[in-house]
Design a protein around this ligand. Structure first.
Ligand SMILES: O=P(O)(O)O[C@H]1O[C@H](CO)[C@@H](O)[C@H]1O
Ligand SMILES: O=c1cc[nH]c(=O)[nH]1
Length: 240
């Protein structure tokens, strides 16, 4: 049965789903990396695919931009399609002096200026955390594939065009490695429903220098991050 935002049939999604914001990145991942990929949902052109990677069923589903959009797709995947593992494969900016363009960030935690987690958590602050085994396997996958990576905190911003650019300096001081727009919303959804979650991001923007990848590069060139994500799925076995 279709959901409000997806027209996939029951059983169309694999237990593990890679999630880029961009539907065209979803298509790139499916067509380049999965065996026998088929598109399982196309509502709003927010594409989802299912195929296999080294014999393991894997889906890729775009989640759009921002916590509200990502929350819809993550919630429906978990509650309507029985998905057990959400791995965001995103782009991000950085203001951290040790982080360079194209580095891969493995987000152990995600800070945010969004209010969604207080709405979920009785008005208190919840620390959005990734599933530890996925973090550990992503580190192994990055090491084995000689990917330049960092592990730590990222920041999920509600506004791409922020009225508080002075916060970028504060983020670097507090060792926030990158800025994106969804992970802090995805981790608590996984916690609420008892499933696994991880966000991995490729640095597409050096916010300090202004160096940036093109939209075509963000869509079609994140092979190192995709390798880390797929190998994390393979090494992690069946989701708990
Ligand atoms: O490239 P994706 O995965 O969409 O991620 C980042 O890019 C978008 C903003 O340009 C936001 O969704 C942000 O989180
Ligand atoms: O600077 C950036 C780059 C990608 N995504 C973001 O949210 N911010």
């Amino acid at each position: 049965m279709a959901t409000k935002h997806m027209n996939a049939a029951p059983g169309d999604f694999a237990p593990s789903v890679l999630m880029p914001g961009d539907p065209l990145r979803a298509r790139y991942i499916a067509e380049k990396w999965l065996d026998e990929p088929r598109r399982v949902t196309d509502v709003r052109n927010m594409w989802g695919y299912t195929g296999s990677y080294r014999g393991i069923p894997v889906s890729v589903m775009a989640h759009g931009m921002g916590i509200p959009s990502a929350s819809i797709y993550c919630t429906e995947l978990v509650t309507e399609y029985g998905v057990k593992r959400l791995i965001r494969v995103g782009s991000c900016g950085t203001t951290h002096p040790d982080v360079k363009l194209r580095d891969v960030l493995i987000a152990m935690g995600a800070s945010t200026d969004s209010n969604v987690n207080r709405m979920r958590f009785g008005g208190f602050d919840l620390a959005p955390l990734a599933t530890f085994s996925l973090v550990a396997n992503a580190v192994l996958a990055a090491e084995e594939n000689q990917v330049r990576y960092h592990v730590g905190n990222i920041f999920s911003a509600d506004l791409f065009y922020t009225p508080q650019p002075e916060m970028f300096e504060t983020m670097a001081k507090y060792n926030v490695l990158g800025v994106e727009m969804e992970a802090a919303g995805i981790y608590p959804i996984a916690a609420e429903h008892g499933v696994e979650a991880l966000a991995i991001c490729t640095v597409s923007d050096d916010i300090v220098s202004g160096d940036a990848l093109s939209s075509d590069e963000r869509q079609n060139t994140f092979d190192e991050m995709i390798t880390v994500a797929l190998e994390t799925v393979r090494m992690s076995g069946d989701p708990q």
